[in-house]
Ligand binder design. Structure first.
Ligand SMILES: [Zn+2]
Length: 353
């Protein structure tokens, strides 16, 4: 069997849709007809070749997208009978080759031998995809299946990052969210849902992004960093003490080195975004003397993935509102170009079949 796949063959060049061989099922594998695939900022970086210094993508050509929803069409030997044909699934994209001490302890996203969709192996921008059944999360009963695709990365990544900040904040504390783009649209919701007693400070340089997120949730303090200096505003708001938590979805060296200085004693700085230069200077004395925690947060575990789907199912995550643009499979290059031009608010998905 053959199917159509969207291939990244050369960095920055248009992606090409070609026929490829559909893999045959091995034991414990499921064949999925892809319904929709989300386009993430890291897909943009992969397309442009920005991650080549880090050895990514692992192969060329590669099929991008790690945000995938689909329908079960065939099951291999050993797959539990609960996986039936026609069942709708979200594919957990942070897959791995084998269990190790980290995956067994629940840190699946940190597996020693990673097999991440659209990064290490082919991802969702194709008509069919094969996955081990253990990475499939059932999404039956949702009204809008394509809009669930970003739950595999954008919603998941921000869920984990916000949970990390949660242990460091109390009532009336300010939680600063840097970057109100696609990830920010979910992060702002998680902050309001998981720590409703705090005050959300949303920072971006685009008015349209601030407006979009403000429509989805109540942003207590919105700052356009192209007009105001957020550190000055936050110092004034906190009487010079600083804030208890920063969730940084941008991570440029300029932002990190500046915002780390507005974290109060015993506060936390959660690094999620990794824009621009790799290394970032940090104010060591301040971090030591005030016992400030700086932590990375990488995607989310399989257990986080189940929690995200469950919260969306309960109506506690506005997942449909965040998906602002849907493209046909043939329009995939348009999706990448729009993202490159910085024109996207919310999140984009490509409808595959
Ligand atoms: Zn992503």
């Amino acid at each position: 069997m053959k199917h159509r796949a969207c291939l990244l063959k050369e960095f920055s060049k248009p992606l090409v849709i070609e026929e490829v061989q559909t893999p045959t099922l091995k034991p414990y594998e499921v064949l999925i007809k892809v319904l929709a695939a989300g386009i993430c900022h890291s897909d943009l970086h992969l397309w442009l070749g920005d991650f080549v210094p880090q050895g990514l993508p692992k192969k060329l050509p590669i099929v991008l997208s790690h945000e995938v929803v689909g329908e079960v069409v065939d099951v291999g030997e050993g797959v539990p009978s609960s996986f039936r044909r026609g069942m709708k699934v979200l594919v957990y994209p942070w897959q791995y080759v084998e269990e190790d001490q980290l995956t067994i302890r629940g840190f699946t996203q940190l597996a020693r031998k990673r097999l991440r969709l659209g990064i290490d192996v082919d991802g969702g921008l194709q008509e069919y995809l094969v996955s081990n059944y253990k990475f499939l999360v059932g999404v039956e009963g949702f009204e809008d299946i394509p809009a669930l695709a970003p739950l595999g990365c954008a919603a998941l990544t921000t869920y984990r990052a916000v949970k990390k900040a949660g242990a460091f904040v109390g009532p009336d504390d300010y939680v600063v969210l840097v970057g109100l783009g696609g990830l920010g649209s979910y992060a702002a919701q998680w902050i309001k849902l998981l720590m409703p007693y705090t005050r959300l400070v949303g920072v971006d340089v685009r008015d349209e992004a601030i407006e979009f997120v403000s429509k989805v949730v109540n942003v207590d303090v919105a700052i356009n960093a192209s007009r105001e200096d957020p550190t000055k505003v936050l110092n004034e708001l906190t009487g010079g003490l600083g804030v208890k938590a920063v969730v940084d979805l941008v991570g440029s060296p300029e932002i990190v080195s500046k915002y780390v200085n507005i974290v109060d004693t015993l506060g936390i700085y959660v690094l999620v975004g990794h824009m621009g230069r790799v290394e970032v200077p940090i104010p060591r004395p301040r971090i030591i003397r005030n016992e400030i925690t700086i932590t990375g947060s990488y995607t989310g575990s399989l257990s986080d993935q189940y929690e995200v789907v469950s919260l969306a199912r309960k109506g506690l995550l506005k997942y449909r509102e965040v998906v602002t643009k849907r493209y046909k499979f043939e329009e995939v290059n348009e999706a990448f170009n729009t993202l490159k031009e910085g024109k996207v608010v919310g999140r984009q998905v490509v409808l595959i079949t």
